[in-house]
Design a protein around this ligand. Structure first.
Ligand SMILES: [Fe+2]
Ligand SMILES: [Fe+2]
Length: 296
């Protein structure tokens, strides 16, 4: 099966991304100055990215409590990255040098290499400064029963959406001077690499989708849209981790999580994280807004 049909402007764009990858290559193992330790009492994550932001808890919790929460939320964010990267590397590795991906294989080599390095620096941070990585609690949505072309589209859609949500956080923290330089650096370096991955992922999604809609009826395409919505919702919910609230000293972590998710103001923040992604899905016709997550 031909996974991706050739389009005249696809190859030059991919070659440009590959050139960029080669020309901006860095050695991740010497790139960072890792301090021996980081003090607990500091902002480990920009306060406006915390899951309590824009809720009354920002006023009722002390700065010390919020800083403790920021430590564990940053660890959760890096842990989600580690698990997300592992899953996406598995999927891309399954497809590299297989029929239909002849035009993508060269880029995939850079992608897999860079993601391996990202996973390394996120894991290094978690293990060095907290001695742990939060376990993967994500519910796997089975794509085994789907037609192979639908499964391919969903794999690359999942990868790109995941990278876009992460990139919202990376871009913010890369520029937040209230954060320790090592935290700013990790986020800045990841943002730089991810801008290429997102550009590639968006193009591939469009191509895989145009092939799909010629082969499947509206009912199947609606099921594809519903799957994407469920994935987006699950990704947002994974930011609210009861283990984080427990580590931050919050008495009833499950109740705290429920209360936060019920705050209407949090939807506003989710919309911020997803704005760029939803605009792309809508404009490109991949997931029209009447079908898109959070649309009203
Ligand atoms: Fe990455
Ligand atoms: Fe990436």
């Amino acid at each position: 099966m031909n996974a991706v049909q050739e389009e005249p402007d696809f190859d030059p764009a991919v070659h440009r991304l590959i050139d960029l990858s080669i020309n901006t290559y860095y050695n991740p193992y010497t790139r960072f100055d890792w301090p021996d330790s980081l003090v607990d009492e500091q902002w480990w994550m920009s306060p406006d990215l915390l899951t309590v932001f824009d809720t009354p808890f920002m006023d009722t919790m002390s700065e010390r409590e919020l800083m403790a929460l920021s430590k564990y939320e940053t660890l959760n964010f890096y842990s989600l990255n580690i698990h997300g990267i592992r899953e996406l590397m598995i999927e891309v590795t399954r497809r590299i040098h297989s029929p239909g991906y002849e035009h993508q294989s060269e880029f995939f080599h850079h992608f897999i290499g860079e993601e391996n390095e990202h996973m390394w620096f996120f894991a290094k941070f978690c293990l060095k400064y907290a001695g742990k990585i939060y376990p993967d609690k994500s519910v796997k949505i089975d794509t085994g029963t789907l037609a192979p072309d639908i499964a391919n589209f969903l794999v690359f859609t999942r990868i790109t959406i995941f990278e876009e949500i992460v990139d919202f956080f990376n871009s913010r923290m890369a520029k937040d001077e209230s954060l320790h330089p090592i935290i700013q650096e990790i986020n800045a370096v990841h943002h730089q690499d991810e801008s290429r991955h997102i550009a590639f992922g968006r193009q591939l999604m469009k191509q895989l989708h145009s092939d799909l809609s010629s082969r499947h009826g509206p009912e199947e395409m609606l099921a594809v849209g519903n799957y994407v919505n469920r994935y987006i919702e699950a990704s947002i919910q994974s930011l609210y981790n009861p283990a984080v609230y427990r580590d931050a000293g919050i008495a009833d972590p499950y109740r705290f999580r429920r209360e936060l998710l019920q705050q209407p103001s949090r939807q506003r923040q989710h919309d911020r994280y997803l704005k760029r992604t939803k605009e792309f899905l809508d404009k490109s016709g991949l997931l029209p807004s009447e079908n898109a997550y959070g649309a009203n």
